[in-house]
Write a protein that binds this ligand. Structure first.
Ligand code: ATP
Ligand code: MG
Length: 578
């Protein structure tokens, strides 16, 4: 008896769910018992349904995991996502054409700067797909411009990825393959797919604009004559380049005979002065992806126009073509997420280090108190869309807060401290819990006399007669506010009752004999529109409890009513987020 479509749908859904929970293979018995559980009304006819359900299970078990997931998503939309979110946070959609066990992805940063959160997005997506299909992730340093690259940057990128928890299966450099790349370049010229051009940069630019070829392109014998000299040192920097023979009239200007190789005089961090002819990104990327066995090459949408060139080069060299997948660049409002925008700030001294907390570099995020787990969840939550929306920075903060909240001690920081003298206070020692719910984070003992400090902003909001709660201590009633030059200089109060009322302000405080000078750096947006924000780093000055001042750098805390901070050393912390 053929299954009616509703029954078939249910059987398929149950088989898919069971398969995905058990490494791709559904157990027939489990599917049958789930089936009867969902449709007890069919119990009496189960015998006649068994052969068809068996066939469904077999068909499901023959599918690759990606297909199982895709089909389940189609039959029971949201089922998979909901489960994943609960279990391990957001996940990426299946990869088209992926075969379990043979997916190869690569992350190809140029070692010309420190890694940033955009790199985290690319690297995490590359890695997730490699893992999803039990494939391989290659970290390939795209080091083909000796004028820009430094050993320091290779190390910084490797370090950043390590911190993120991205583990490449293979680490290599494009420069490792420079001989092969040269051979392929020569071959391309010899077979008429490229030529050596000795025109001036102005002329090249001009003809490109007009869509016209130059003489170098027209006669193949010229190319054959020059190709040996291109590599034997006969030409100086800027005297000759190798250009792809594309189409000078192509609507897509990336196809108008782009540069594939140029001569660069400079010391390469790994190869020194041995190599003078360097491939451009346009040539190195496709050739390397193909040589490396990459099956799915992922890159940001900015390269969209260069996709045609990527495939044309491989076509002309008769090389295997990877699938190309594009996603949008990650940008935040007011924060440039690109080395070419960050580097000038460092070079011109506006910002002194790559881990300045205002920057979106991984070292800056780390220094601010962001954790890799939160960055990964955030990146995966963005998915791989092409939509050019800037995600709100708050979304990344929310993921981070969720991770650090359970382990961050609650401590007191008072900004712009104002002294309060509490009449009638008897000296006492209080024990303050370091975390409201997790006793394993311990507690601290504080001796309180009749003088405490409160934050200037809280002081400014008080008036005589108010009753406020000093958190975990007691209430005080404000007797007198002493001002000086329009600002609150000090306060005189009296010990109040002990009843905590909903309406009363509850504020943090620090005992006078326990306060230590302390600063918190508050990073703000680097740019307002196109303008550098001169107030992008605010410094909050004040004091903390001696307990907080003694914490080791790298500790994440929550300063009550102020925000989550990471201790940076030298009596300074950095605001992670509110
Ligand atoms: P530059 O500005 O010097 O080009 P970059 O910041 O674009 O530097 P690359 O080294 O060119 O960094 O990029 C390495 C990889 O990371 C590329 O595959 C690129 O697509 C990806 N990538 C770079 N920036 C972002 C970003 N903001 N969002 C997502 N992916 C990015
Ligand atoms: Mg780039």
């Amino acid at each position: 008896m053929p299954l009616d479509s509703e029954i078939e749908r249910l059987a398929k859904t149950l088989a898919l769910k069971n398969a995905l929970e058990h490494g791709g293979k559904a157990a027939f018995d489990a599917v049958i018992s789930k089936f009867i559980g969902s449709r007890p009304d069919k119990r009496s006819e189960i015998k006649s349904l068994i052969p068809d359900i068996k066939a469904v299970v077999q068909a499901v078990n023959a599918m690759p995991a990606a297909e199982q997931k895709a089909l389940l998503e189609q039959l029971a939309p949201g089922e998979l996502e909901a489960k994943k979110h609960v279990e391990s946070g957001p996940r990426l959609p299946p990869l088209e054409g992926a075969v379990m066990g043979s997916v190869v992805t690569r992350f190809p940063p140029e070692p010309n700067g420190y890694p940033h959160i955009g790199h985290a997005k690319a690297a995490i997506i590359d890695e997730e797909y490699a893992r999803m299909y039990q494939g391989k992730l290659i970290l390939r340093f795209d080091d083909t411009n000796p004028l820009k690259e430094k050993l320091e940057y290779y190390d910084a990128i490797a370090e950043g990825l390590k911190w993120l928890g991205v583990k490449p299966d293979i680490v290599k450099n494009t420069s490792d393959d420079i001989s092969k790349i040269h051979e392929l370049g020569k071959k391309l010229v010899e077979t008429g797919g490229a030529y050596v051009c000795t025109c001036s940069q102005d002329k090249i630019h001009d003809l490109r604009g007009k869509g016209l070829p130059c003489e170098c392109r027209l006669d193949h014998s010229i190319a054959l004559d020059r190709i040996g000299r291109m590599f034997d040192g006969s030409y100086e920097q800027n005297q000759a380049i190798i250009r792809f023979k594309g189409d000078m009239a192509d609507q897509n200007t990336a196809m108008r005979d782009p540069t594939l190789f140029r001569i660069i005089e400079g010391e390469h961090p790994l190869l020194g002065n041995r190599v003078r002819v360097w491939p451009t990104y346009d040539f190195a990327a496709p050739v390397e992806d193909s040589l490396d066995g990459v099956t799915h090459a992922m890159r940001t949408k900015e390269y969209e126009l260069r996709n045609a060139l990527y495939f044309a080069i491989l076509d002309r060299l008769s090389m295997r073509k990877p699938a190309m997948i594009e996603f949008s660049r990650l940008e935040f409002e007011g924060i440039p997420v690109s080395k070419r925008k960050i580097r000038p700030l460092i070079d011109n001294g506006t910002i002194s280090s790559w881990d300045d907390p205002r920057l979106p570099t991984l070292s800056a995020f780390r220094r601010r108190g962001f954790v890799p787990e939160a960055i990964r969840k955030f990146v995966l939550s963005l998915g791989i869309t092409l939509a050019e929306t800037k995600p709100p920075f708050e979304s990344l903060e929310a993921y981070n807060r969720k991770v650090i909240d359970p382990t961050s001690m609650r401590l007191f920081f008072v900004r712009d401290p104002v002294e309060v003298r509490i009449e009638g206070a008897t000296p006492l020692e209080v024990t303050l819990k370091n975390h409201p719910t997790d006793a394993s984070l311990g507690s601290r003992k504080v001796r309180v006399s009749d003088r405490v400090y409160i934050a200037g902003e809280d002081a400014a909001n008080l008036k005589a007669g108010d009753e406020v709660r000093l958190i975990e201590l007691y209430n005080i009633r404000i007797k007198e506010i002493i001002t000086q030059g329009g600002k609150v200089a000090s306060i005189i109060a009296q010990v109040g009752g002990d009843e905590i009322r909903q309406s009363m302000p509850k504020i943090q405080w620090i005992a006078k004999n326990d306060i230590v000078d302390f600063k918190v750096m508050i990073p703000k947006e680097l740019y307002i529109g196109e303008e550098y924000n001169t107030n992008s780093l605010e410094i909050a000055k004040g004091g903390v409890e001696s307990f907080a001042a003694a914490l080791a750098p790298d500790t994440c805390v929550q300063f009550v009513r102020f925000g989550f901070c990471r201790i940076d050393g030298n009596n300074t912390a950095i605001l992670t987020h509110r």
